[in-house]
Design a protein around this ligand. Structure first.
Ligand SMILES: [Zn+2]
Length: 74
């Protein structure tokens, strides 16, 4: 097994910023749109403001995992 590929911290931050701003993000290395997946129970009716997202690049397989805080609605 090889070591799992990961982004640099600056790249992760760029992905988070792009996703927070645009609702999607491109892989900073491959320039392709990353796939997004919600992690957790998948129930959206529980009233939790916290949502965990996982973005995966289909090409290099690098991923970014982070919590989305949806505290602001306007
Ligand atoms: Zn990539």
């Amino acid at each position: 097994m090889t070591e799992k590929a990961q982004f640099e911290q600056a790249e992760e931050r760029a992905v988070r910023e792009a996703y927070g701003r645009d609702g999607h993000a491109d892989c900073p290395r491959c320039q392709v749109q990353m796939h997004e997946r919600a992690i957790g129970g998948g129930s959206f009716g529980l009233g939790y403001a916290r949502q965990r997202e996982w973005l995966l690049c289909p090409q290099c397989k690098r991923s970014v995992m982070f919590d989305l805080k949806r505290g602001t609605r306007n």
